[in-house]
Design a protein around this ligand. Structure first.
Ligand SMILES: Cc1ncc(C[n+]2csc(CCOP(=O)(O)OP(=O)(O)O)c2C)c(N)n1
Ligand SMILES: [Mg+2]
Length: 319
C-alpha cells in the first residue's frame, strides 16, 4: 500500500514523539522521579512505529518494554508513559506497576510479560482465537535477540506455524541481550533463518528504515489475513544505550555505537522526506513544535498528578 503524504508525516510525528518521550523519561529518571528503571528504545523507534503503523484497528499487539512507539501509535499519550514511570495515581495502573506493564483490550494492546519470549504463545493464542471466530485479525508481538532463544518463543512459533495462525513476530536484533552479544547466544548469522525450521515465512529488514519495516509488516499482515500463517520479521538494529539507564554499557564497543549513530532512523527518514520533497521545512517545524508542546504539557500534567493513596496498594493491579 502506498503511503500518502499525510501518512508519511504521521509516521514522522510518531517517530519524533517516541524519541522525545524516551529522552524525557531519561531526564525524569536522572531527576530521581522514576520508580524503577527506564528501558530505552533509542535508535529502535522505526521498528515500534513502522510495525504498529502497518496494523489495522482490529489487530492486536503485544509490545515489550522498549516499544513505546507502538503504544503511541495505538493511541496512548506521552502522559500515560510519564504517569506510569513515575507511579502516579492517574497512570494506566494507578502506580501499582512499572514501566510499560499495562495494556488495554479496547486499544488492542496486550500488556508485556517480563519473562522473555512469553508473549509469543500469548499472541499466537490471540491469533488462534481470531482464526476460530473467523475474524480477519492479526496478532503481532516483539522479541529481542535474547528472547528469541527461549523455550516459550520456540513453542509459540512452532505452534503458530503448525496451525497457520495469523501471527507476526518482530525480532529486534539489536546485537545485545543485556551484556551478552548476539554471537554468544546463537550460532547462525540471521535470526530469521530459524523461520524455515518452523515452516513459517520470514523477512530480514533494516530496522532503522521505517518504510522497510512498514512494508515487511504489511506484507506479513496480508499473508496472515489470507490464511497463509505466521511470519518472522528480523529487524537488524542496534541497542544504542545500556540495558536500562543504570547500565552504562561499557562492554559495548564504542566504534559500533558510533557507526550505528550515523544510521539514526529518524535522521534517515527526515533526509528521505526532504530529498523526495515529501515534507517542507515548514511542515517539519510544525510537527516538531506540536511534539514539543505535547511533551511539555504531558510532563507538567504527570508531575502534578499525586502518588496513589496508601490504601490503593492492596487493590489488585488490574481491578
Ligand atoms: C526468561 C527470562 N530470562 C531472563 C530475563 C532477564 N532479562 C530481562 S531483559 C534481558 C535481556 C533481553 O535481551 P533481548 O531479548 O535481546 O532484548 P533487548 O533488551 O535487547 O531489547 C534479560 C536477560 C527475563 N526477563 N526472562
Ligand atoms: Mg537484544
Amino acid at each position: 500500500m502506498k503511503l500518502s503524504r499525510a501518512q508519511l508525516h504521521d509516521i514522522y510525528y510518531f517517530l519524533r514523539l517516541n524519541r522525545r518521550v524516551d529522552e524525557q523519561l531519561t531526564s525524569l529518571y536522572r531527576q530521581g522521579k522514576v520508580v524503577g528503571g527506564v528501558y530505552s528504545g533509542l535508535g529502535q523507534e522505526a521498528i515500534s512505529v513502522g510495525t504498529a503503523y502497518a496494523l489495522e484497528r482490529e489487530d492486536v499487539v503485544g509490545p515489550m518494554i522498549r516499544n513505546v512507539g507502538t503504544l503511541l501509535v495505538r493511541g496512548y499519550r506521552p502522559r500515560d508513559l510519564f504517569l506510569q514511570y513515575m507511579a502516579r495515581r492517574d497512570g494506566p495502573t494507578g502506580g501499582r506497576d512499572a514501566n510499560t506493564h499495562f495494556g488495554d483490550l479496547a486499544r488492542g494492546v496486550i500488556a508485556p510479560i517480563s519473562m522473555l519470549g512469553e508473549l509469543v504463545p500469548v499472541l499466537a493464542g490471540a491469533g488462534l482465537a481470531a482464526k476460530i471466530r473467523k475474524e480477519k485479525r492479526v496478532a503481532l508481538t516483539y522479541i529481542g535477540d535474547g528472547a528469541s532463544s527461549t523455550t516459550p518463543c520456540h513453542e509459540g512459533m512452532n505452534f503458530a506455524a503448525v496451525l497457520k495462525l495469523p501471527l507476526v513476530v518482530v525480532a529486534e536484533n539489536n546485537g545485545w541481550a543485556y551484556s551478552t552479544p548476539v554471537e554468544k547466544q546463537m550460532a547462525i548469522e540471521n535470526l530469521a533463518d530459524r523461520a524455515q525450521a518452523y515452516g513459517m515465512a520470514s523477512a530480514i529488514v533494516d530496522g532503522n528504515d521505517v518504510l522497510a519495516v512498514y512494508e515487511a509488516t504489511r506484507k506479513a499482515g496480508e499473508l496472515a489475513r489470507r490464511g497463509g500463517g505466521p511470519t518472522l520479521i528480523e529487524c537488524k538494529t542496534m541497542r544504542m544505550k545500556g540495558h536500562a539507564e543504570h547500565d552504562d554499557a561499557r562492554y559495548v564497543p564504542r566504534k559500533a555505537l558510533e557507526a550505528w549513530k550515523k544510521k539514526d532512523p529518524i535522521e534517515r527518514f527526515e533526509k528521505y522526506l526532504k530529498t523526495k520533497k515529501l515534507m517542507t521545512a515548514d511542515e517539519k517545524s510544525a510537527i516538531e513544535a506540536r511534539v514539543e508542546k505535547e511533551i511539555r504539557e504531558d510532563v507538567e500534567f504527570a508531575e502534578s498528578s499525586p502518588l496513589p493513596a496508601p490504601e490503593e496498594a492492596v487493590r489488585p493491579a488490574w481491578a
